[in-house]
Ligand binder design. Structure first.
Ligand SMILES: O=C(O)CCC(=O)C(=O)O
Ligand SMILES: [Mn+2]
Length: 245
């Protein structure tokens, strides 16, 4: 049975008539079915370029960015990008890689509330209540392979990711250490883009003003990353909206 999701799953690829727009009802969103109840919805132009430049300048200037030391395989390690955390008061504390970010208030950053409203409008029924911000100052800044599968997000978290500034590649690869629940041997996802060393991988070049939604079993069955890119010459800011249960 399909997971319950926040946005309508209208059978885009399987049941469309030949002339229908496979993404009707998603306002320009394109669905990539990763198989086994995981999928990605990508909106390349979620916010206009003009609005998005305004947000990028605001965030660069007004967010209290930090570059904390976290623990990776037990070793202290400076996070390879700037971060900040915003959350509604009273939520369970976020903790990852031995680091507990201070939660800032939405009230101090009205433009973030404005973007949150846009996200809620796009996904009726959604209730995001926290936000992790990342700033990649150059192509040397990155986020390594991980899943946003912290317990406080529940079993099938939906994560909405908005990007501003420099385009960067967002990669997804299937977790290999265990077989996902209910997986059917030999059943490939419908639009596999790339296969490297036998590992299923997808790549999205995240545009200025774009929104990418991960949903279903994506955090359970897949890892994602934004690798170093020497040619990425300018700043990128990414916002990931999450719901702490
Ligand atoms: O920058 C991105 O696109 C992804 C960031 C991310 O995966 C995270 O903050 O957990
Ligand atoms: Mn992530």
């Amino acid at each position: 049975m399909k997971q319950q999701t926040l946005i309508p799953d209208s059978g885009f690829t399987d049941h469309q008539s030949p002339n229908s727009n496979p993404n009707d009802g998603l306002n320009g969103g394109k669905v990539t079915d990763l198989g086994n109840g995981s999928d990605i919805v990508y909106f390349p132009r979620f916010l206009t370029p003009e609005k998005s430049w305004g947000y990028l300048h605001y965030l660069n200037k007004h967010i209290p960015w930090t570059r904390p030391t976290i623990r990776v395989f037990g070793k202290p390690c400076v996070q390879p990008r700037d971060v900040c955390y915003i959350a509604t008061e009273g939520l369970k504390e976020l903790s990852y890689s031995g680091y507990k970010p201070d939660a800032h208030s939405w009230d101090d950053f009205p433009p973030l509330k404005e973007i949150l409203d846009e996200v809620h409008k796009a996904f009726p029924g959604s209730h995001f209540n926290s936000l992790l911000l990342n700033r990649y100052n150059s192509g040397n800044d990155y986020v390594g392979w991980h899943a946003d599968d912290e317990k406080l997000y529940g079993d099938n978290p939906e994560i909405a990711s908005i990007s501003f500034g420099c385009e960067r590649d967002f990669l997804l690869k299937k977790r290999s250490y265990k077989k996902s629940q209910g997986e059917v041997e030999g059943e490939p996802p419908s639009k596999r883009l790339k296969k490297s060393n036998g590992v299923e991988q997808y790549s999205f070049n995240l545009k200025h003003g774009s929104l990418l939604l991960m949903r279903g079993n994506t955090q359970r069955d897949w890892l994602h990353s934004v690798p170093k890119r020497l040619k990425a010459g300018s700043t990128r800011v990414n916002l990931t909206f999450r719901r702490v249960m």
